[in-house]
Write a protein of this length. Sequence first.
Length: 295
Amino acid sequence: MSIISVIGLGSMGMGAAKSAVSAGLTTYGFDLNPKALLAFQEHGGIASDTLLNATQKANIVLLMLVNSDQCDQVLFGENGIAATLQKNTVVILGSTTSASYAKTLNEKLQSIDLRMIDAPVSGGAIKANTGDLSIMASGPKDAFSDCQPLFDAISAKLYRVSDTVGGGASVKMINQLLAGVHIAAAAEAMALGLRAGLDPEMVYEIISNSAGSSWMFQNRVPNILAGDYTPKSMVDIFVKDLGIVLDAGKEFKFPLPISASAHQQFLFASAAGYGKEDDSAVIKVYPGITLPAAK
């Protein structure tokens, strides 16, 4: 019987945790935000006030945290859970990290008789809430078999990249390269349209039905049009994720000039004070334009 523990009930983790509950899986959840715990409990999940309480009965632990530092803290820091987990528990790394970190983490977990799948996700909060995420995963076959009920509950597409940990993180890196570049390009295009005096609603409508469109253009520009920068995915997320991309470029001695330019735009926006806003706020760094007011 699968007993799930989801650590990190942010926009993605909450959706995954609720989807697991809706599928009938016994699911514990932990987050530092009391409001998130209450929302999870109201959905039927088992909200836990400590990491230990959230994981002591689990045989599958899904980490949905912001970065590798948070994962390390949860697993190996003060009150870390790695040493308390049952033998053969599967730790699913759902966070976006570098492939090198995923490989190192796998070695640490193997040394204490734990298994790991690196399984970064894509699809945003909406697809997380409907159990329709895309998951790029890699790890041992037996771990996949044990986690299949959870993957069925939270994903529409599960891509088994390889039997070796690190493959999923590598594919997610490519996805984030494109996502970050497309968001930055969408913001620049809309900023130029505004500077040219065009109606932004008209620009959005036309481009959405033309060859220059992208999924990110259609998904993020409505935030700009509504003047709503409530974070679904923050500017600082792409400071991190495109940083992972550029670190891989250094590792492979491979040039990534477009990724570097997009990274600078997100850095610019973060330095200007927009780091905790929605990533569409990268448009705010462009001078000489008046953005649509909040509706």
